[in-house]
Design a protein around this ligand. Structure first.
Ligand code: NAD
Length: 308
């Protein structure tokens, strides 16, 4: 497997390291700041004998090196600073994604594209349009991370193992995301048997602000440990054809009643990328929240569409 990671910043470098340590494939780490990509790659390569991985890593600033990649993870762009919303990043990162997508189309036309750059749903939409790739192969990483955060907060509150919490977070990767309480269980037991709706709403709100809380503590960047774990889980699911059920931002053509939009919904992920979009029933409250979230994403897509 050849896996290229575009952007050697916090998320990109950590993603590369996790791919190597799991021996998922050889990595090309690319950044416009070539020295950063090369320096971090050398550093990671020198940990191979200690960590026990045999996968290779190459740092570069040259897109030709991504030729033949099976998977390209896109983390290039700018991260949020305190007080900045994901949407503030829109136009800065749209230009980066346009440029990167053209290069991917040229050098890695058969790759799966895993998008990370924010605002996630919009950047995934731009990447799919510019590359012209099959939408099943262009997937945005969001719901898997938002669900992991929701699971972590619930597990802390209940003092149980995080693995035993199952949940789904739908919608745009923003404050409008929709964590679904009715599909949240502790080893199959509805979470409402353990916590009141008021307590659950507090945790839902904490999940919505999960990324922002980290941005305001770090001051100079955004989260990267859990985001890189999330994207590597997706890389692994494609490589191993595990057919895991996760939430991801994918292209909708009528599913859930939405058209021509990237939005977070449950999918089966496997060797073809999006194997299936799962349409689940929603309570009226969640349906309204999802509609609201979809409208926010759609309005931004309409704003950037003519500039693509
Ligand atoms: P960072 O600033 O640490 O790294 C970004 C890197 O991209 C920099 O090294 C920069 O030089 C590089 N870059 C910029 N333009 C480029 C180009 N045209 N080609 C190649 N490289 C280029 O940022 P980060 O913390 O790694 O975050 C990266 C992105 O991921 C941000 O947009 C952030 O908001 C987003 N993010 C998304 C999620 C999610 O859940 N989807 C989670 C965390 C971060």
């Amino acid at each position: 497997m050849k896996i290229s990671v575009i952007g050697a910043g916090q998320v990109g470098a950590m993603t590369a390291q996790r791919i190597l340590e799991k021996n998922l494939g050889d990595v090309i780490l690319l950044d416009v700041e070539e020295g950063i990509a090369c320096g971090k790659s050398l550093d990671m390569m020198q940990s191979a004998s200690l960590e026990g991985f045999t996968a290779k890593i190459t740092g570069t600033g040259d897109f030709k090196k991504i030729t033949g990649s099976h998977i390209v993870v896109v983390t290039a762009g700018f991260a949020r600073k305190p007080g900045m919303s994901r949407t503030d990043l829109l136009f800065k990162n749209a230009d980066v994604i346009k440029m990167v997508s053209k290069k991917i189309r040229e050098y890695a036309p058969n790759a799966f594209l895993l998008m990370v750059t924010n605002p996630l749903d919009i950047m995934s939409y731009i990447a799919m349009n510019i590359t012209g790739f099959n939408p099943a192969k262009v997937i945005g990483m969001a719901g898997i991370l938002d669900s992991a955060r929701f699971r972590a907060f619930l597990a802390q509150e209940l003092d149980v193992a995080m693995q035993d919490i199952q949940t789904i977070v739908l919608g745009g990767h923003a404050d409008s995301m929709v964590p679904l309480i009715e599909y949240t269980t502790v080893c199959g037991i509805p979470v409402t048997q353990f916590l009141s709706l008021t307590a659950l709403e507090k945790i839902v709100e904490k999940t919505r602000k999960g990324g922002e809380e980290i941005v305001s503590l770090l001051k100079t960047g955004s989260a990267y440990y859990a985001p890189s774990s999330s994207v590597v889980d997706m890389v692994s699911a494609i490589i191993s054809n595990s057919r895991r059920v996760i939430t991801a931002s994918v292209y909708l053509k009528g599913e859930y009643g939405y058209n021509d939009i990237y939005l977070g919904v449950p999918i089966i992920i496997g060797k073809n990328g999006v194997e299936k979009i799962l349409e689940i029933s929603l309570t009226q409250k969640d349906r309204l929240a999802l509609d609201k979230s979809a409208k926010i994403v759609k309005d931004v897509i309409e704003e950037v569409k003519e500039k693509i």
